[in-house]
Write a protein that binds this ligand. Structure first.
Ligand SMILES: CC(C)(COP(=O)(O)OP(=O)(O)OC[C@H]1O[C@@H](n2cnc3c(N)ncnc32)[C@H](O)[C@@H]1OP(=O)(O)O)[C@@H](O)C(=O)NCCC(=O)NCCS
Length: 196
């Protein structure tokens, strides 16, 4: 079973029962309104958003955040806040978002990996570490035999993340009126499974 007809998805998936996700350097928690400032700054950065149709205003980011939070209830999964785990005292640094969301395309319902990281967080392996933890969770507990990622053919950095965790490309779809390659990984090998 790679994917399911939209009407047959076993909602909610209950992946949120396994949060927070902890890795060597990160903790992944549900997004909430306390993350809005950092999230809005990231989604307003034209470099972060260069493979998306456009940057988001703060109002759009808040709407996006509220929709994401609503979907936690509906789907039992969704994009998470990625925070540095080793901050002593103060507020943990927001590095980005990463998680598994429900996406319907080609008449089927898929579990889709997504991520955005702040520019300051690039180049440290955080995205790969977070993505690997999310995919491990999804394949262990998601009731789906596969996780997919929709990645623009020009987005080399995102392709590299997908490749590092063992995903492979398979075909393409139109999403948001843009061509995206479909990357996938099934339950067998999860390269470098380090979920704690
Ligand atoms: C996609 C995105 C998250 C990738 O970020 P990234 O920093 O390249 O990926 P990682 O966090 O996994 O870091 C990997 C890099 O850190 C380096 N690195 C440094 N320290 C490291 C460590 N301790 N462990 C692992 N890697 C480390 C790796 O060598 C690699 O460098 P390279 O790119 O020069 O090969 C980022 O480009 C982004 O947020 N883009 C905008 C949003 C976006 O396009 N999202 C995807 C939509 S499909």
């Amino acid at each position: 079973m790679r994917a399911l007809p939209a009407s047959h998805m076993p909602f909610p998936l209950r992946l949120h029962e396994h949060l927070p996700l902890r890795t060597a350097r990160l903790v992944l928690v549900p997004l909430d309104l306390s993350h809005l400032d950092a999230l809005a700054a990231m989604l307003a950065d034209p470099v972060v958003m260069r493979h998306f149709p456009r940057v988001m205003t703060r109002v759009e980011s808040e709407q996006w955040l509220r929709r994401t939070i609503d979907r936690y209830q509906q789907h039992g999964t969704g994009l998470l806040a990625v925070l540095r785990a080793d901050d002593r005292g103060g507020r943990p640094e927001f590095l980005g978002d990463c998680g598994l969301q429900v996406r319907v395309f080609g008449g089927e319902t898929h579990l889709e990996l997504g991520y955005h990281f702040t520019r300051q967080a690039w180049g440290h392996g955080y995205a790969t570490e977070a993505a690997r933890a999310c995919v491990t969770l999804g394949l262990r507990h998601g009731a789906m035999a596969e996780v997919v990622a929709l990645i623009r053919p020009e987005n080399g950095a995102s392709q590299a993340v997908a490749r590092r965790i063992g995903m492979r490309p398979r075909g393409a779809v139109l999403h948001a009126a843009l061509v995206h390659d479909v990357w996938h990984i099934s339950a067998e090998p999860i390269a470098g499974d380090t979920l704690q």
